[in-house]
Design a protein around this ligand. Structure first.
Ligand SMILES: O=C(O)CCC(=O)C(=O)O
Length: 281
């Protein structure tokens, strides 16, 4: 019995109502069996072909945060047909902006090193000028984690503290103390294709699994027009930055400092190699 509801893709209004109240929500079947096969094959192939770019940067986890640059074959997943309409409903159809897309792989046998509860981009608290209106006003950024494998008891798993977004909670201990009975740690497990949507301003973590257990995920971060870029390092490639379609150009228009430099450099392989590969060695 899970401690949270799991919505199916056709329960959009129920999902949104839950997300609005809790700042997270879980969807089943967000990727089809075909999507899962395609993405897992892609990751296996890519890790074999460009292992240097997948080297563990942190916590023993293999990851690739710039995979979109040279791989248009993942483009359909940058606005995936199941998750993206819900992202648009939360972030605003015209306001939502691409922020980051990556894969992570906790390898079997090594285990990941423990992660602590944190918020992403906590150096950017929302201000009166940037705070959004409406029922989703707390979501200045949103992340969707898709499980690409089954995540069971004993596997590394994502975990959220619902509604722990208030700036007055300066630490997880403070959130625990001030939220009282409302404080809850919710580990999310489920079959491959499960997706967790969360406001990146709530406390969250990856709970370590047993050392022999693995986990593969795909992480999509979204920003909105009023938020500053999520990172200073994500690269938007030329084919997306200069997309022929104006709506698509707008979606990819929130450039990090690195994207600006990449564009100024003429989107060269040399820039990519310096920015991505050299940083990994
Ligand atoms: O991999 C996970 O389950 C959590 C990742 C995370 O907390 C993060 O990237 O901020």
């Amino acid at each position: 019995m899970s401690e949270y509801p799991i919505f199916t893709p056709d329960q959009q209004s129920e999902f949104l109502e839950f997300y609005q109240r809790h700042n997270y929500g879980v969807l089943s079947d967000a990727f089809s069996a075909e999507d899962l096969r395609y993405l897992n094959d892609f990751v296996d192939r890519s890790m074999g072909e460009i292992p240097k770019e997948w080297q563990p940067a942190i916590e023993n986890v293999h990851s690739h945060g710039q995979i979109i640059v040279n791989h248009p074959e993942v483009d359909p997943y940058l606005q995936h047909t199941t998750a993206f309409p819900l992202v648009q409903a939360i972030m605003g159809r015209d306001e939502v902006r691409f922020a980051q897309f990556d894969f992570r792989d906790v390898p079997r046998g090594l285990g990941d090193t423990p992660m602590s509860f944190h918020r992403d981009r906590n150096f950017y608290p929302s201000t009166d000028a940037t705070r959004r209106n409406g029922v989703f006003k707390e979501s200045n950024y949103l992340c969707v984690i898709h499980y690409l494998c089954d995540v069971k008891e004993g596997d590394p798993c994502f975990c959220v503290v619902p509604n722990s977004y208030h700036q007055k909670y300066g630490s997880i201990e403070e959130a625990r103390e001030k939220m009282g009975d409302a404080y809850q740690e919710v580990p999310i497990r489920g079959p491959a294709g499960t997706a967790v949507f969360y406001n990146i301003d709530i406390y969250h973590t990856r709970r370590s699994g047993l050392a022999q257990n693995s986990r593969r995920t795909q992480h999509s971060y979204y920003s909105c027009a009023t938020s500053p870029p999520l990172t200073n390092w994500v690269l938007v490639p030329q084919r997306l930055a200069e997309h022929a379609d104006a709506d698509q150009r707008r979606y990819y228009s929130q450039w990090s400092e690195a994207t600006q430099e990449f564009a100024d450099a003429g989107y060269t392989t040399a820039y990519y190699e310096t920015h991505v590969i050299d940083k990994r060695t």
